[in-house]
Design a binder for this molecule. Structure first.
Ligand SMILES: Nc1nc2c(c(=O)[nH]1)N[C@H]1C(S)=C(S)[C@@H](COP(=O)(O)O)O[C@H]1N2
Ligand SMILES: [Mo]
Length: 541
């Protein structure tokens, strides 16, 4: 602050007025810097945390269906670039308006930057894919927006301070470029910082987009390659009678965004398909390193498989089904030559997670274990293991489903211990024969009279032969089963009861194709999976 001015500070500040063009530019620069920083940090930490893309996704998700249909039918695959350009226009207009409204006081601009920043944060947190580290990009973006706005706004207010009334000209005439001593004027500082901030924001925004795109363009390329590929084995079409979705069971195939997700990855690994390598070593005759191209050149098979998590409580929903595309793991191991005495495949993910899978299970000729690269017609989604994961039907995910696969050591059980085994879970864990009641829902009221109950049952890789249902401890009655797809997947059941008014409890027990009946013995998920007959209590009115 100049000390030569005789005018009190507050009048001075109140009289300062930033020219409209420059005020608008400050708004745009502040918001632009926020967007640029957000994109760059998101690309470095987690592509899912881009505040701009998260807001875009939220716009798509919360748009009324007719609007998204209109956009798809009129703009086709261009609907996303058009949405993003639209958002860019809105953001620039809002930022300029906020700048214009702040010609004297910073408050409108500060409020706008905070509101936009919070919108980005909210959209990231509410997204279907969210990990705790995802808050960094939107928070940092908000911070950068605020700092840049306050900085430029303060500089501009001081630069465009009018001459004190009746005072002598200051040593620094507004608009002048240098004072008598040849020092750089405030205006030069202002213009210089504006230009620098503009260039840095643009650079980080573009850099962030390019970085993020290298990941998604790798995924798109794999999706396109899978669409072109001739599959050696296609999953048979799912018959119409394979689920009772209209009665409350899940659909037979779980859409990728709805597929349950379990992992310990704070940050989703972002390796491209071309950078991917799998080293197979240890007790093998021939150590091998596979590339993604190696996988693509092998016969590709598509299999409908139900994946299950050991942490699923009785009645829980950590179970989903997809058409996985991949290559058979067994022939790869046979080519490498598994040595006698080998007991486990110790697999490690790009992010360091690891687990043990029994060698004899993976080598069973009919097991159908895969190195999976596709899921429901597209490349694996990032959160489900892109570019490559392991899938072994009949084993819980934690002892077989290594996502972001990068290393496979063939060894003995004693030599290596997996992430969850070291934390008290079993070293080996086949999936148990289980069932779940989806309708009626526990604690709900239903009209008395004829009542339809429905749910799911599973016993991979054997498959379900029967489900029995009873009400209020009465006789077990055989449920009607959905059309069987294969033993590696769940099967739905349904049955009807007549219910009078009052509280009732439904229970189920499943039997697999080997005749094994779901155990009544209750067990917690730890160490090797929950068990017990599910029971649902509801009220008929
Ligand atoms: N890299 C890695 N892979 C992993 C895990 C993990 O934490 N990290 N979790 C496993 C567990 S416990 C399960 S149940 C399955 C879940 O796979 P999904 O998220 O695709 O459903 O992945 C398995 N693979
Ligand atoms: Mo799991």
């Amino acid at each position: 602050m100049s000390t030569t001015s005789p005018a009190p500070r507050h009048t001075e500040a109140a009289r300062s007025e930033i020219p409209p063009g420059f005020a608008a530019l400050i708004g745009i620069l502040a918001v632009g810097a926020a967007v640029g920083a957000g994109e760059l940090v998101a690309a470095l930490i987690s592509p899912a945390s881009s505040p701009v893309l998260a807001v875009g996704n939220a716009v798509i998700n919360y748009s009324p269906e007719p609007l998204t249909e209109f956009a798809k039918s009129h703009f086709g695959t261009n609907d996303k670039p058009i949405l993003l350009s639209g958002m860019a226009v809105v953001i620039v207009v809002v930022a300029a308006a906020a700048g214009l409204a702040s010609r004297r006081h910073p408050r409108p601009g500060v409020v706008t930057v905070v509101v936009l920043g919070l919108a980005g944060l909210l959209a990231v947190v509410a997204a279907t894919v969210f990990s705790p580290l995802d808050v960094i990009a939107p928070l940092l973006s908000l911070g950068v927006g605020l700092v840049v706005f306050r900085l430029l706004h303060g500089l501009a207010l001081r630069t465009y301070r009018p001459l004190p009334v009746g005072g002598e000209p200051t040593t620094e005439p507004p608009g002048g470029s240098r004072d008598g001593a040849g020092r750089v004027s405030r205006r030069d500082v202002l213009l210089g910082s504006s230009a620098a901030i503009g260039v840095v924001s643009l650079g980080s925004g573009v850099g962030g987009l390019l970085l993020a795109n290298s990941g998604s363009s790798s995924r798109n390329a794999v999706t396109a390659a899978l669409a072109m590929a001739t599959l050696a084995e296609r999953a048979p079409a799912i018959p119409a009678g394979a689920s009772f979705a209209e009665l409350g069971t899940p659909t037979f195939i779980t859409a990728n965004p709805d597929f349950y997700r379990i992992d310990v990855a704070l940050r989703i690994p972002t390796q491209t398909a071309s950078d991917w390598r799998l080293r197979i070593h240890g007790m093998v005759d021939k150590e091998t390193t596979l590339t993604f191209a190696d996988l693509m050149s092998r016969p590709l098979v598509e299999r409908t498989i139900t994946l299950t998590c050991v942490s699923n409580p009785v009645g829980g929903n950590l179970i989903s089904t997809a058409n996985f595309i991949g290559v058979e793991l067994r022939p790869i191991l046979l080519e490498a030559g598994i040595q006698p005495g080998a007991q486990q495949l110790f697999t490690t993910s790009i992010d360091g997670w690891n687990t043990s899978t029994p060698t004899d299970v993976v080598l069973e000729p009919d097991r159908g274990a895969l190195l999976a690269i596709g899921m429901n017609g597209e490349a694996l989604p990032p959160e489900h293991g892109f570019p490559v994961r392991m899938i072994v039907p009949g084993l819980f995910g934690y002892v077989s489903g290594t996502k972001w696969l990068s290393d496979m050591e063939i060894t003995t059980f004693g030599a290596q211990r997996g992430y969850w085994y070291r934390r008290g879970w079993s070293e080996q864990a086949p999936i148990k024969t289980e069932s779940r009641i989806d309708r009626p829902l526990a604690g709900t009221s239903v009209p008395g009279g004829r009542l339809t109950c429905a749910g799911i049952a599973w016993s991979q890789p054997t498959g379900i032969q029967g489900v029995e249902v009873r009400i209020d401890g009465g006789p077990w009655q055989a449920a009607q089963l959905s059309t069987e797809v294969n033993g590696r997947t769940w099967r739905m059941w349904r049955t009807d009861f007549d219910v009078g008014p009052g509280n009732h409890t439904v229970q189920t027990r499943a039997t697999n194709h080997d005749g094994a009946v779901q155990t009544q013995t209750t067990a917690d998920p730890i160490p090797n999976g929950a068990s017990g007959w599910p029971a649902t209590t509801f009220t008929a009115v």
